[in-house]
Design a protein around this ligand. Structure first.
Ligand code: PHE
Length: 448
């Protein structure tokens, strides 16, 4: 297809890898992954997780990168340009809608992490125990304006970064923030391992317990790989559209995936060691990151430092993911509407802000509003994560395997690759394994 490049390209391979790892590493790595591992067989789960990463996660990542690079387009344009004159662009629209919904509430939670970081620096967190932290969290989420301010400021920061474009914005900040997450987590790990019982917690986290393996656990691992890699939302696809034909898609996919797994394990070691030392059962979600973990850090000498490092790592993780969400929507408007980047960035920022207000108010003004038993934030998350994302993942898989076709996709993946000897295996996975896996994620997500 076109080789003339009016599209921006990544400045370097490291920049691309770090930005994509940044998209993958998000709040899910800290509040979901460690808890799932701890409950589902430790090291045995990790082995299973790795198998699913290799068998499904990496092939899907390669497909999205290939779609983006081949078409030189974002999420709607890629489907349309690879199969013009069909209705497949609608699959891209499903992804775009999922991204908008996820951005809306993810930016609210990101705002909370920012507020907690600032509060922590100001010394407003370090003196609190579990009860005080529970109260503080209720105070924040039940406030009308504070969550909206937090969300707004976070969106302004993320939008400012995307405003500068691929190399000067996304890549430059990915180079700082993604290693930043690793450093901050390593600092925390260095501390928690020295807690009494911390090392035992780490060993317990990694111990393989095969008795806990089950079909349900495998399904959970599959879902976690899918979400953690930011698949099905066009983020990987859009980042792939800024790749050059000289870049090696298989090798880069492997590096990005292993880095995401590595950072998830690192977060798991921090979280589980800290909780283990204090005999706290790991619970996934808000309670873990806003109450249980800061309560542990607050018992340490220099609590202010430790809680600040922790919330800063969360803010960085949320920021790099949010940047990729915004870029999906920006690229879409720039291509489809011919808008300038500044116009797209401002529109997407404002739209995400407005779309997020009901979520920001879901525990204050809109607390009494329940739709099918869900509050607003829960409902948005459920529709986006359990319905739209797996649906668009499934459509993308069917598109690559059967519509664009594996031979064409294979040809694209081979360009710039040192070798793509796994092509027959990849093709088999894309045609048969991945569609079944994604159907499972979709059905399971809607039933449970
Ligand atoms: N992969 C990121 C995470 O684990 C971002 C993400 C959030 C992707 C929610 C999909 C849904 O947090």
């Amino acid at each position: 297809m076109q080789d003339s490049r009016d599209r921006e390209e990544w400045g370097s391979r490291t920049g691309f890898v770090l930005a994509t790892v940044g998209s993958a590493v998000g709040l899910g790595n800290v509040w979901r992954f460690p808890t799932i591992v701890a409950r589902s067989g430790g090291g045995a789960f990790l082995l299973l997780y790795l198998v699913i990463v290799l068998a499904v996660g990496i092939p899907l990542m390669m497909s999205e990168l290939a779609m983006g690079r081949r078409s030189q387009k974002g999420v709607v344009g890629a489907f349309r340009d690879l199969r013009p004159g069909t209705g497949w662009w609608l699959a891209g629209l499903v992804a775009a809608l999922a991204v908008l919904l996820i951005t809306s509430y993810y930016s609210v939670i990101a705002g909370w992490t920012l507020i907690y970081t600032l509060l922590s620096v100001a010394g407003g967190i370090s003196g609190l125990g579990s009860a005080g932290l529970t109260e503080l969290f209720a105070h924040l989420t039940e406030d009308t304006l504070l969550p909206i301010y937090g969300q707004g400021i976070f969106l302004v920061i993320a939008s400012t970064i995307v405003f500068y474009g691929v190399t000067a914005g996304i890549e430059r900040w990915g180079r700082i923030l993604t290693p930043g997450i690793v450093v901050l987590l390593l600092v925390l790990l260095g501390r928690v391992l020295f807690l009494e019982g911390g090392l035992e917690g780490a060993v317990w986290f990694l111990r393989p317990n095969f008795a806990q393996m089950s079909f349900g656990v495998a399904l959970e691992a599959l879902g976690q790989v899918f979400f953690s890699f930011s698949l099905g939302m066009g983020a990987v696809l859009t980042y792939g559209s800024y790749l050059s034909r000289r870049d090696d898609i298989p090798v880069n996919s492997l590096i990005i995936s292993l880095a995401d797994v590595g950072i998830a394990v690192l977060a798991g070691l921090v979280v589980i060691s800290a909780l283990f030392a204090f005999g706290i059962e790991p619970e996934a979600g808000f309670g873990l990151v806003f109450i249980a973990l800061p309560a542990v850090f607050n018992t340490l000498p220099g609590a202010l430092f430790w809680s600040t490092v922790f919330f800063l790592s969360l803010s960085f993780a949320a920021l790099t993911s949010l940047i990729s969400f915004l870029e999906v929507l920006n690229a879409l408007l720039i291509e489809e509407r011919g808008w300038s980047r500044p116009r797209a960035v401002v529109t997407v920022g404002v739209l995400s802000f407005i779309a997020g207000i009901p979520s920001a108010l879901s525990q204050s003004l809109l607390d009494s509003v329940r739709i099918l038993g869900w509050d607003f934030m829960g409902l948005t998350d459920m529709v986006a994560s359990n319905l739209l994302l797996p649906l668009s993942g499934l459509l993308t898989t069917i598109f690559v395997a059967w519509v664009w076709g594996t031979p064409a996709a294979e040809e694209e993946i081979s360009l710039g690759a040192v070798s793509f000897r796994t092509a027959p295996l990849w093709s088999f996975i894309m045609r048969y394994i991945a569609p079944v896996a994604l159907t499972y994620i979709l059905v399971a997500g809607l039933i449970f």
